[in-house]
Design a binder for this molecule. Structure first.
Ligand code: SAH
Length: 257
């Protein structure tokens, strides 16, 4: 059997129990060495073969997965965060399916959640933003024209930007061209949940300067939006006057009804 496992954002105890059980039972682990914490591998059983996919091509990874599966071994493909975001998993899944090999996916804590925890932030604050845009700047991987930073910025929603720490002058210019005021709160979260995690809060127009000053070049997320500021409306869900499936409100006010 082949399992794609989300490793979580970095801290070795931020993998799911299910994911860790798969690691304990694995005969072969192929892990994304550029971002996965190697400590996660400490639970592996003696004799487990370990491969670092950072030094491998897709074809080489597939060969290890497919050969292992054909030999009846338990194979784990360990991806950083959750495999569904920028994980290059679909191409692996499709190649396995073509060979008639089945697989399962075990989710993980994405780094955008790790970053929210580091910031003590709620990305969806009533009256401020109820949406989170997860995106990236175009790099060697292109981004469809309809998904430009500028077009998303026009919504003024919360944005979490992956894989773009090396392009911050361009990123901040695009964010402002799209409609964020220069003073909109922003943050750079470096290595969320790792022991050397760092959080820098700034304004949108200070992103590039802040990263430069603190020598942040990779493994960071950029968070932008007024949810980082602190003014918002309280929730309806926990309002004494609000009736839900689980709780009768004291009295339905016009405002909440
Ligand atoms: N699947 C992963 C993302 C992989 S893309 C997830 O769900 O998190 C790799 C990018 O994710 C990095 O360039 C960086 O932008 C971000 N990233 C991954 N781990 C991170 C962490 N611990 N802290 C901040 N950013 C991180």
């Amino acid at each position: 059997m082949i399992v794609f496992v989300g490793a979580g954002p970095g801290a070795a105890d931020l993998i799911t129990l299910r994911g860790q059980n798969y690691l304990k039972e694995a005969d072969i682990i192929v892990y994304a060495g550029s971002l996965v914490n190697r400590q996660l591998l400490d639970v592996r059983k003696p004799g487990c073969q370990v491969y670092n996919s950072a030094q491998m091509t897709l074809e080489e990874v597939l060969q290890v997965l497919i050969t292992g599966e054909r030999e009846g071994k338990k194979v784990v493909r360990l991806h950083t965060g959750d495999p569904c975001l920028y994980g290059a998993v679909k191409e692996q899944m499709d190649a396995l399916a073509k060979e008639g090999i089945s697989y399962v996916v075990c989710p993980g804590v994405s780094s955008f959640c790790g970053a929210a925890a580091a910031l003590e932030a709620e990305y969806t604050l009533p009256g401020i933003s109820q949406s989170v845009v997860i995106t990236r700047m175009a790099g060697r991987t292109s981004v469809p024209d309809l998904e430009s930073i500028r077009s998303f910025a026009a919504h003024q929603a919360t944005m979490v930007i992956f894989l773009s720490t090396g392009m911050l002058p361009e990123l901040q210019a695009e964010l402002m061209a799209g409609g964020y005021e220069p003073e909109t709160p922003a943050a750079i979260v470096y290595k969320a949940s790792w022991p050397d995690e760092k959080v820098f809060r700034c304004r949108v127009d200070e992103l590039a300067e802040t990263a430069e000053k603190n020598q942040i070049k990779k493994t960071a997320l950029i968070v932008v939006g007024r949810v980082l500021e602190g003014t918002y409306q309280r929730s309806k869900l926990y309002d004494p006057a609000f009736t839900t499936e689980f709780r009768q409100g004291e009295k339905e006010s016009g405002q909440n009804g």
